[in-house]
Design a protein around this ligand. Structure first.
Ligand SMILES: Cc1cc2nc3c(=O)[nH]c(=O)nc-3n(C[C@H](O)[C@H](O)[C@H](O)COP(=O)(O)O)c2cc1C
Ligand code: SF4
Ligand code: SF4
Length: 360
């Protein structure tokens, strides 16, 4: 069902679906859209997984469809980076589909994700004709137990049906822009700034591999942000994390947990410490100088604290403390067949990927 865009590009006439997916919901939705738009007599379509092809030539006669999961009310950094680096396509048509997360009790919300992507595409000369959101299974497994398998099936069934409706709208070239309330846009903009600059980087730093880790390296191999390195067979996370949740869900032994110790240390060093330092300096200096000192000292303290926790994690006797976690009792979630497709696409592109050069 999935084709490499480089081989498909030459046949492309009508549409290209550019997508990023952390745990497979977006990839599943992109696959269904591809099937719907790639029927004889309707049009030709190509799929571009931006994780594999970070830059493709754009055909201004095609409609370009951008699909991504919503992180903290916005588009993932990897997608923002991709959109910003697109060449200008004056008059090109675009559609944006954000994939949100739903649980048994809470609906998903794209917040400012659609506006954010629309703004970037408009600057590139695209005419955005359709923006919409589709609710799939919530995958924020670091702090939210994914829905039960029955609920997952129900949510995915509804998501699949919704994608088919959107495919019909695209086929009929309908214009449909989803508008969110103005206060949501501004609130979500602040959330995005905090998430992109700080929170997503810290999310990776919360992970620890517990005793179940076999050192297989799958987490590092499939990380889209090259945020994991194996150190003597044990995964270590750097500050490049995208927050996609793939590693903890892909681990075959469910060894990846959110460490209580790391959570405590990161909260102290990235939230409480900077607030205290800023208030302290503000009494003595102006806002600008106080901000400067706060950022500088916070970076120093975070790096030092990270090294101390890392050293503690190396001591076998401290394992009960360093791997204590709430996520051990959480379910893991990957969209059906995601692992199979991921393995194939990574194998296909292994030679052309320069993993180490990525990071957003
Ligand atoms: C860090 C993070 C933040 C998220 N923020 C939101 C959000 O603001 N709104 C929402 O509806 N879903 C949110 N989600 C849920 C995902 O967008 C949702 O599960 C999506 O379907 C995942 O798609 P994927 O499987 O293609 O990665 C978040 C997930 C993560 C990991
Ligand atoms: S995927 Fe799991 S078992 Fe394999 S190295 Fe990563 S944490 Fe360890
Ligand atoms: S470390 Fe990599 S795979 Fe894990 S959540 Fe971060 S970006 Fe995703």
């Amino acid at each position: 069902m999935f084709y490499n865009v480089e081989t498909e590009m030459q046949y492309m006439k009508n549409c290209v679906i550019h997508y990023f997916s952390g745990t497979g919901n977006t990839q599943r939705a992109a696959g269904i859209l591809f099937e719907q738009l790639n029927k004889p007599g309707i049009g030709k379509c190509a799929l571009n997984n931006i994780e594999q092809n970070s830059s493709v030539p754009l055909d201004s006669h095609a409609i370009h469809i951008f699909m991504f999961p919503v992180y903290a009310g916005a588009a993932p950094a990897i997608m923002v980076h991709y959109l910003m680096n697109l060449p200008s396509v004056q008059g090109g048509s675009a559609a944006i589909i954000a994939i949100t997360g739903r649980t048994e009790h809470r609906h998903g919300d794209p917040m400012q994700a659609l506006d954010q992507a629309s703004r970037i595409l408009a600057r590139k000369g695209f005419q955005v004709q359709l923006t919409d959101a589709v609710e799939a299974v919530a995958n924020f497994g670091q702090f939210l137990n994914p829905p039960t398998p029955e609920a997952q099936q129900q949510i995915l069934r509804e998501a699949d049906a919704r994608i088919r409706e959107i495919a019909e709208q695209i086929r009929q070239q309908q214009t449909s822009i989803r508008i969110s309330a103005i206060w949501i846009k501004y609130a979500a903009w602040c959330l995005w700034a905090i998430y992109t600059v700080l929170a997503r980087r810290v999310l990776g730093k919360l992970y620890v591999a517990d005793q179940a880790c076999t050192g297989c390296g799958q987490c590092a191999h499939f990380c889209p942000a090259a945020a994991i390195r194996l150190f003597h067979g044990v995964p270590r996370w750097n500050f490049q994390c995208e927050g996609c949740q793939r590693c903890m869900n892909i681990c075959p032994t469910h060894a990846i947990q959110v460490s209580f110790l790391r959570l405590f240390v990161m909260l102290m060093t990235t939230v409480l410490f900077p607030i205290a330092v800023f208030i302290h300096f503000l009494a003595l200096h102006g806002i600008v100088l106080s901000l400067f000192f706060t950022v500088l000292t916070t970076i120093g303290v975070v790096v030092c604290a990270d090294v101390v926790v890392f050293l503690l994690e190396l001591i076998p006797a401290m394992r009960y403390l360093t791997t204590a976690s709430h996520t051990r009792r959480y379910r893991r979630y990957l969209a059906p067949d995601f692992l199979k497709t991921l393995a194939r696409t990574h194998r296909d592109s292994r030679n052309s990927l320069d993993n180490s050069s990525r990071g957003y």
